[in-house]
Design a protein around this ligand. Structure first.
Ligand code: C2E
Ligand code: CA
Ligand code: CA
Ligand code: CA
Length: 282
């Protein structure tokens, strides 16, 4: 038994060694990817439930690795955060998404107002003082109206350093962009920040949507978020809607906006071009 334990330990060590090597290789690759701009932005439509129209998009990054193919953010964002490469990546997505959505706005697409775009900013990046400057430059370069841009941040990004967060949020509000809380309800934070910070949009996390067609607890949570949103004048978006059962519940509860595979997966620029072609004003 002792022998077995020893060899197992060796195997384990070997595995850790391999993983460390892989991680180093990934880091080298990621640095190169930033230099060579090996990233692509895909766009997941946000749908207005009453009309089923596409009203905007969330920009989501993909890494086009020369050997490994498309890599999703789940596999590189935390490494990008640890190495500081996330600033460059978030910025690139921000600039590209603003310019792209500005182009789509000029297609005279029929929705309540101009198409909007949501851009994710990492908590790491959020605490940086140059964020407002970067956003303002992206708006200027693209010609996108500030009111068409929603900046998505998580609760924990705000609560890690509430004083800094408040200052940055006020700078962003000054620019005229909207603030969106991503993955709402999954942080350890209290609700008091909704009162303290100038929040415009809240995205109900997918974990509450998954069983919302049958689980009373999920239903109670989602109902509570909707009524909180209504009384506080927040716009609420339900994330990760995959089934008609989930959608039925959300519609019954008066949900206004949804995002999820039930309507659309994240789409390439060409796919969005085609989609919008069908939604143009007659
Ligand atoms: P997120 O911001 O919560 O984005 C939603 C994720 O859920 C996306 O995964 C999206 O493709 C996926 N999704 C959308 N609808 C459905 C659905 O109906 N079912 C399921 N199962 N999933 C759905 P993705 O693109 O892999 O992104 C993962 C996370 O990576 C994002 O979560 C976000 O936190 C981060 N991320 C993506 N792009 C960026 C970026 O440009 N900058 C930063 N800092 N983070 C990013
Ligand atoms: Ca997001
Ligand atoms: Ca989310
Ligand atoms: Ca998430």
């Amino acid at each position: 038994a002792k022998e077995l334990g020893k060899s197992r330990f060796k195997v384990f060590n070997r595995k850790m060694h391999d993983q460390a090597l892989q991680l180093m290789e990934l880091e080298t690759d990621l640095r190169r990817a930033v230099d060579l701009r090996e990233f692509e932005v895909v766009y997941q439509p946000v749908v207005r439930l009453d009309t089923r129209q596409v009203c905007g998009f969330e920009a989501l990054v993909r890494w086009r690795h020369p050997e490994h193919g498309i890599i999703g953010p789940g596999d590189f964002v935390s490494l990008a955060e640890d190495t500081g490469l996330i600033y460059a990546i978030d910025n690139m997505v921000l600039e590209e998404a603003c310019a792209q959505v500005r182009r789509w706005q000029s297609l005279s697409v029929d929705c309540d107002g101009p198409l909007s775009v949501n851009v994710n900013i990492s908590g790491k990046h959020f605490g940086q003082s140059m964020l407002a400057g970067q956003i303002s430059r992206a708006l200027e370069d693209s010609g996108l109206a500030p009111g068409s841009l929603n900046i998505e941040i998580t609760e924990s990004a705000l609560m890690d350093n509430p004083n800094v967060a408040e200052e940055i949020l006020l700078q962003l509000k000054d620019l005229g962009v909207h603030i969106c809380i991503d993955d709402f309800g999954t942080g350890y934070s209290s609700l008091s920040y909704l009162q303290r910070f100038p929040i415009d949009v809240v995205k109900v996390d997918r974990s509450f949507i998954i069983a919302v067609d049958k689980d009373p607890d999920s239903q109670a949570i989602v109902r509570t978020i909707f009524s909180l949103g209504e009384s506080m004048g927040l716009k609420i978006v339900a994330e990760g809607v995959e089934t008609s059962g989930q959608l039925d519940f959300l519609e019954r509860e008066g949900c206004q906006f949804v995002q999820g595979y039930f309507f659309y997966k994240p789409l390439t620029v060409t796919e969005v071009d085609n989609l919008l072609e069908g939604q143009r004003r007659a």
